[in-house]
Each structure stands twice: as structure tokens, then as C-alpha cells.
Design a protein. Structure first.
Length: 272
């Protein structure tokens, strides 16, 4: 295991040659933090620090975002999971805790299903199993996000991420509204990857202890996905945050970070 005490921003390459940028902070047990669709590692700004008392946090820029390469594609949540494994291998990290939110939660599902020996504990936030069984956002949400006026679309996304009361006290800047430097083909690739995700059959195979979190007022990824995931994953627990929307991890940050830390640091269950 490599030393995680330093802070480091660097990169490695995927098998296809794509540059994968990653960032490591803090010391302790490794915790992989996975961001939402079309976002880079700044998604976790102002939150990752909450885990440094117990963990070294590892983030990355998905291909198509940040300092990573932006190949033509196709992109998929399984490919993103493979990229995470590439970064873990480069860092000689054999096993890590994983916390994925939104599309990052979809990526985390494949990590835990396809590489169970690499995931110690799993937190899935504001995400869904994908596929035909997952509750989808309603038509009004899709229309609001598809507006031709970028400013109007951004306002709609902001409203889906945070409650008006929280925005009134936190006027920004906001780090969860997408990577503005993404090329259009990569943005489309991320959308397709998220929309085509379907891990329903794989969820029964998950062996890592799992905590499912969701904002109760989330319309971007409807909150009904949380109990669905928890029922599908053996032994999973769930927690809803009343009044919170998609970015519950920022809006309810103190409670969320304490809950996640408590879950990740709880004693290992004794063998049966």
C-alpha cells in the first residue's frame, strides 16, 4: 500500500491511452469519491475535507472532464468503473471505501459488482439502478433541462440541486452544475452513459456493506430509487434527508458527513 499522507494531483493512462487525472488528499484508509454526470472532481469541494480525519480521499476527473482526456467514446458507467480501477492500480490500492453520488453512484455499483474484492464499504447517494424498473424524472424536469437558453437551463438545474431556502443562505459559486470546459461530444457521452446504465441484475451480487442516501425532495433522480436500491442490495441500509434535493450532501453536509463517516468507521461485523 502506498503512503496517502501527501496531497497529490496527477494522472495515469487507461488501456486505450486516455489520460485519467486524479487527486489524493489526506491520510488514512482510502475513500474513493465519485462525482455526478458531466462533473469533475470539484463536485466534492467543501465536502471531501469532512473525511480527512479518518480517510485519504481520492477523486478523479472522468474522461471528458477536467484534466482528463476526452476521446470520442462511446462512454458508459462500466467504462468509468474500469477507469477507477486503473487509478486504484496506479496507486497500488488493493481495497477502498467507495462513495458515489448521482452518476457516480451508478459507476460505484459496477465497481462493487465487478470488483467486489476492491470495495470494502459502499455508499450510494442520489442515484438509481437504472433500467426499466427505476423511477425516472418526470417530463417537466426533462423539458426544463433541455431548454435552448443555457441560462434558463442552468437555473432549472440549480433548482433541482438545492432548495430555495438553502440557496438563499448559500449564493454560490456552486460546484455541482457541470464542467463548463467539457467538449460537446463528451457532454453527450456522459448523458448517454448515465441514461443507459442498468445494473439491476448485478445488484443482487453486491457483497460490500452498503448505505443508500437520498434527498427526500429529489426530482432529478427521484427519491423512490433509494428504497428500491436498498431492497435490491443484500443487507443495505437507507436514509432520506427531509427537504433536501439532489445535492443533499452539500445542503445537509454536517449530518451527511457524520452519517457516512460513522458507517465507514463502524467495527467490522464478526464472521457468522
Amino acid at each position: 500500500m502506498t503512503d496517502h499522507s501527501q496531497q497529490l494531483h496527477t494522472s495515469t493512462r487507461a488501456q486505450d491511452g486516455t489520460v485519467l487525472a486524479w487527486q489524493r488528499h489526506g491520510s488514512g484508509r482510502p475513500l474513493v469519491l465519485l462525482a455526478g454526470q458531466a462533473n469533475n472532481h470539484h463536485w466534492w469541494d467543501g465536502v471531501r475535507e469532512d473525511f480527512h480525519a479518518t480517510h485519504a480521499t481520492l477523486t478523479m476527473d472522468y474522461r471528458g472532464t477536467g484534466a482528463s482526456g476526452a476521446p470520442d467514446g462511446p462512454y458508459s458507467t462500466q467504462l468509468f468503473a474500469d477507469d477507477v480501477i486503473t487509478v486504484l492500480d496506479a496507486l497500488e490500492i488493493e481495497r477502498a471505501d467507495v462513495y458515489g453520488t448521482s452518476m457516480g453512484g451508478r459507476v460505484a455499483q459496477w465497481l462493487a459488482a465487478r470488483h467486489p474484492h476492491r470495495v470494502r464499504r459502499l455508499v450510494l447517494g442520489c442515484t438509481s439502478p437504472g433500467g426499466p424498473r427505476a423511477p425516472e424524472q418526470d417530463g417537466s424536469v426533462r423539458r426544463a433541462l433541455a431548454q435552448a437558453d443555457p441560462a434558463a437551463s442552468r437555473r432549472a438545474l440549480l433548482d433541482l440541486m438545492y432548495s430555495p431556502a438553502w440557496r438563499a443562505e448559500h449564493p454560490g459559486p456552486y460546484t455541482t452544475l457541470g464542467d463548463p470546459a467539457m467538449p460537446p461530444h463528451a457532454r453527450r457521452g456522459h448523458l448517454v452513459a448515465s441514461n443507459e446504465h442498468d445494473a439491476w441484475d448485478a445488484l443482487r451480487q453486491l457483497t460490500a456493506p452498503t448505505l443508500v442516501l437520498h434527498g427526500a425532495q429529489d426530482r432529478l433522480t427521484p427519491a423512490a430509487n433509494a428504497p428500491l436500491l436498498a431492497a435490491r442490495i443484500p443487507g443495505a441500509r437507507t436514509h432520506l434527508f427531509p427537504g433536501a434535493r439532489h445535492a443533499y450532501f452539500q445542503e445537509c453536509r454536517p449530518e451527511t458527513s457524520r452519517l457516512v463517516t460513522s458507517f465507514l468507521t463502524a467495527p467490522e461485523a464478526a464472521p457468522g
